[in-house]
Write a new protein. Structure first.
Length: 597
């Protein structure tokens, strides 16, 4: 983009942006437009417009068309409002359209949530706005409880502190999917004028309704109602000590209250308890990454705790660590915890005759097939879906409509679990409560969760997972990532880690085939998504996927090795073999990424 066009876009933004702080950032850069650093910064802020994608907006905060700010959020909300009015004409005519808005601890959450409510209200849509920070799963629950047609949560999940985001939901409490996602995007792109009223006017007219405790109490009651063994909890709760961290986010209010009401002793990491958009104790507030749990593990070792629990800033992701026999805490991966929770939930449903007819477990295509083997033990069908919890929620909703199959559990490898059906998004609060009960249950059987995990490996085979990410920031990043995926598609992979590739699944092309016979393609039942999967001899799966929210490409390695006997020695041998296989595959993938320019 030419320098002249960049400056024109910057001046147009200055004229339209009503927020002084975002506007002044751009004014200062324009004033120094001849300075090389300012010129580079202007280009990055204006070379494109922040795209309203299939889930909403996410990006670095600041002034500019390629940034998260009040102007971009007001346009997004206006487009969403326009689509709602067309999608629900009777409610729009009657003035009964409703939206719910929540936000986490990230910077500018107040500005972004307020302007969202003000735009909805100006368009005749009643906006239910939480008075303080609330987790994403409560937003989903509130949409369903209040009978809203849509909802928005202001969050960038586990991204670094410079990010914020805007996730849009539909009336089922799930993030928007087709055809609504495309319809909303078209309306957002067509916005020429934004309707806006003051917050005071909205509250006075009843079009902005402030909510808090009435939803909190119902949400917490729902979480506790999902548990299977209240008597066991009441009897044994005092024997389990939990160290918990909300990673400066929204989780503490619900996790502490729910676990405390159950009688569990919860010790919250003091340095990470209070909400703080700077996330001062971590580089990334992501429970998937070991550094984020360092303070919690240290406190757990000191307190001789039984479990470490962590939620990300909007409390939809849930991470854990457990002590081994020597008292050293072992971080549990999303795939491992997903398999443990699936095992416990399905076991309990079966024991208490709560297993639905034709039960189905739903997982994303990059989640380990370990959970498939677990589901098979309980005669539960497994359904795969695209990456992103909205697709798990979508399939759950479709099953509910059709009535032939019924949801039993859902998970994705990135620490997302849904143990109940009252929300339609991953729920770290419910996962924490269920994990606590699961810990007590296996303790009553004389086992730790690590013991149970090893038992499952001996029964199902050993599974090991490795994720590989590489960032490609800046203007050239999308092109580099596109080039990597094109190369993988055109040149293919015949082997990985010394294992022959038996099948390639190309979700973008909606086909799968044997690379030895590439002309014979079989259709696959997934919407288009830029994902490639390589199925290796022996059962290992390698998946490649550019991120939809960050400038990075990610590879997932789900390796598996049979355990030849139900012994510790056989399990140790399988772990060694799987680890060596993962290391080989990782080395080969890194070579591909390092060569990309």
């Amino acid at each position: 983009m030419e320098e002249k066009e960049i400056l024109e876009r910057a001046k147009k933004y200055i004229a339209e942006e009503k927020d002084e702080s975002f506007r002044s950032e751009v004014e200062a850069l324009v004033a120094k437009k001849d300075d090389p650093e300012a010129k580079k910064e202007l280009e990055d802020r204006f070379y494109q417009s922040l795209e309203f994608g299939t889930g909403g907006l996410r990006g670095v905060m600041g002034g500019g068309t390629n940034r998260m700010n009040t102007l971009n959020i007001s346009k997004a909300t206006q487009g969403l409002a326009n689509y709602l009015i067309k999608a629900f004409p009777e409610e729009a005519k009657a003035g009964t359209l409703k939206a719910c808005i929540a936000y986490d601890s990230r910077h500018n959450h107040d500005k972004f949530s307020d302007i969202t409510a003000r735009v909805f209200a100006a368009n005749g849509i009643t906006a239910y706005l939480f008075t303080g920070l609330r987790p994403t799963p409560e937003l989903s629950f509130a949409i369903r409880t209040l009978g809203c047609q849509t909802g928005v949560v202001v969050t960038a999940s586990h991204n670094p502190k410079v990010y914020n985001g805007y996730k849009a939901y539909w009336n089922d409490g799930a993030q928007v999917v087709e055809p609504h996602d495309v319809g909303i995007i078209n309306e957002v792109n067509a916005v020429s004028e934004v309707k806006l009223i003051s917050k005071e006017e909205g509250v006075k007219s009843g079009k902005i309704v402030l909510i808090d405790k009435e939803l909190d109490d119902k949400f917490q009651a729902m979480v506790k109602s999902q548990l299977f063994r209240p008597e066991l909890i009441k009897e044994k709760a005092s024997s389990v000590k939990v160290v918990y961290t909300p990673l400066h986010g929204t989780g503490a209010m619900h996790v502490e209250k729910v676990l405390g009401d159950l009688g569990l002793k919860v010790i919250t990491v003091p340095e990470q308890r209070e909400p703080n958009g700077d996330f001062p104790t971590v580089e990334k507030p992501n429970p998937e990454e070991a550094p984020a749990l360092k303070l919690a593990v240290s406190l757990a070792e000191k307190e001789k705790a039984d479990v470490v629990m962590a939620t990300d800033p909007d409390a939809d992701r849930f991470g854990t660590a457990f002590p081994d026999k020597d008292g050293n805490f072992v971080l549990v991966s999303g795939n491992q915890m997903g398999a443990l929770l699936a095992d416990y939930v399905l076991l309990s449903k079966k024991e208490f005759n709560k297993m639905p007819a034709n039960p189905v477990l739903i997982r994303s295509i990059v989640t380990s097939p370990f959970v498939d083997a677990v589901a098979k033990v309980y005669d539960v069908k497994v359904k795969e879906c695209l990456t992103g919890f909205k697709w798990i929620a979508y399939d759950e909703g479709q099953m509910e409509k059709e009535g032939r199959e019924h949801y039993a559990f859902g998970l994705e490898e990135s620490y997302g679990y849904l143990v109940e059906t009252e929300t339609r998004d991953k729920d770290g609060v419910s996962a924490a409560a269920m994990c606590a009960e699961m810990t007590l249950y296996w303790a009553s059987k004389g086992k730790s969760l690590l013991d149970r995990l090893n038992d499952m490996y001996k029964q199902c085979g050993y599974f090991e997972d490795v994720s590989i990410s590489k960032y490609f920031p800046g203007i050239s990043g999308p092109g580099i990532m596109s080039g990597i995926m094109t190369k993988l598609r055109t040149e293919g992979l015949k082997t990985l880690g010394g294992k022959k590739v038996l099948k390639i699944r190309d979700v973008q092309q909606q086909v799968q085939f044997d690379p030895a016979n590439p002309d014979k393609k079989e259709a696959i039942p997934f919407p288009k998504s830029n994902v490639l999967q390589f199925f290796l001899d022996g059962g290992t799966i390698v998946s490649a996927r550019p991120s939809g929210t960050e400038p990075k490409i990610k590879f997932y390695v789900n390796s598996t090795v049979p355990v030849t006997a139900a012994t510790d020695e056989a399990l140790a041998a399988a772990k060694k073999e799987a680890g060596e296989l993962c290391a080989k595959i990782k080395s080969e993938i890194m070579a591909v990424l390092d060569a990309a320019k």
